[in-house]
Design a binder for this molecule. Structure first.
Ligand SMILES: Cc1ncc(C[n+]2csc(CCOP(=O)(O)OP(=O)(O)O)c2C)c(N)n1
Length: 340
């Protein structure tokens, strides 16, 4: 009979963490959809289908590294340490929301300095050159940090993708670029975005490694991300990972995807749920039981529901604080500036 080594046990614990983080993201996502239907929350940009690559890539970096995620990166933020209560404070735009002080749409625009999550933007691809800039700053400061930058396939059609990846490649910056390739930019399918659907092929044009991975396969994503992080940390520059996934929900809760996806396609997408696939992988290894997996999801669902009820009762931001953190409080006086 095979014996379980200490390394196996450590690995198992890591993988069970990945599973729990995915369940947390699903629980918050599902709860937000309920809250929107009830008219209690404004909006969801769902991360369903993206959780596998998100937890795997984020678990591959450390607490001193930087995360520059896209607006769909709920599971990325969870791995960094974001709690359900904090997320729900943002969903209800409460004064204590650590993400934007109740100023932005949930998950759409925020930052979290303590967790080293750089500002998330709705302006598609605008954060890609910023990730290169953060990595460049780390280099100038002789810090050992790696920057993880995530985006969708649609973002790769923007000029900022080229500018950011090219700059990082030229300067061999410690960045890991992860394309969460769900093959849609809202309603625009990938065949209308690019003639070559393999985003990783473009890496050759920048002189960096490109890796295609099945983004619903958590262990494969984890291996690809850890290898890319190790390359970045060793001074060997950026990697472009193209993680192929399926978008399970609509683009956002404002979108009716039946206008551009067939019911058959949606059924197919639901068969590519990374949580189900990863749970089966854990079951095969007997690292989890059906009962335990169900209990983890149930506990996460309950925690998300409790977090929502708690957050809803928290104080709203004060009207007089509305302009706080919007404009600089001290104007910089430019000598001899002519303003007329
Ligand atoms: C510069 C810019 N152009 C257009 C939009 C509108 N928009 C918001 S999300 C989105 C789709 C982006 O698709 P993708 O990068 O594949 O990410 P996904 O939402 O599929 O995860 C678009 C076009 C925007 N926010 N910013």
């Amino acid at each position: 009979m095979a014996t379980t080594t200490r390394a196996d046990t450590a690995r198992k614990e890591e993988y069970l963490d990945l599973h729990r983080w995915m369940c947390m993201a699903k629980a918050l996502d599902d709860r937000m959809h309920i809250l929107v239907k009830q008219g209690r929350a404004p909006f969801v940009g769902s991360s369903r289908g993206h959780e596998g690559v998100q937890v795997a890539s984020t678990a591959a970096i450390g607490p001193d590294d930087w995360l520059v995620p896209h607006y769909r990166g709920l599971a990325n933020a969870i791995v960094r340490g974001l709690t359900m209560k904090e997320w729900m404070l943002a969903v209800f735009a409460k004064a204590g929301d650590p993400l934007s002080g109740g100023r932005n749409i949930p998950g759409g625009c925020y930052s979290y300095r303590r967790l080293k999550i750089a500002p998330v933007s709705q302006v598609v691809a605008s954060w890609i050159p910023k990730a290169a800039g953060i990595a460049y700053a780390s280099r100038l400061r002789s810090e050992a940090s790696v920057t993880l930058c995530t985006f969708g396939d649609g973002a790769t059609s923007q000029g900022e993708f080229h500018e950011g990846v090219n700059f990082a490649a030229v300067h061999r910056l410690p960045v890991v670029f992860v394309c969460e390739n769900n093959s849609y930019a809202i309603s625009v399918p990938i065949r209308l975005q690019m003639a070559n659907p393999n985003v990783a092929d473009r890496a050759a044009g920048y002189g960096i490694p490109g890796v295609t991975v099945d983004g619903t396969d958590v262990p494969a994503c984890y291996t690809a991300a850890r290898e890319a992080v190790a390359r970045a940390r060793a001074g060997d520059g950026p990697t472009l990972i193209d993680a192929k996934i399926w978008r399970i929900n609509a683009h956002t809760s404002e979108d009716n995807q039946l206008k551009y996806r067939t019911k058959d396609e949606l059924e197919e997408a639901s068969r590519h749920d990374p949580i189900v696939r990863f749970r089966n992988w854990l079951l095969e290894r007997r690292w989890i039981t059906q009962e335990r997996a169900a209990a983890v999801q149930e506990a996460c669902d309950q925690e998300a529901s409790d977090a929502a009820d708690w957050a809803e009762q928290q104080p709203d931001p004060l009207p007089e604080d509305a302009l706080k953190h919007v404009f600089a409080s001290n104007w910089i006086q430019v000598p001899n500036a002519k303003l007329d």
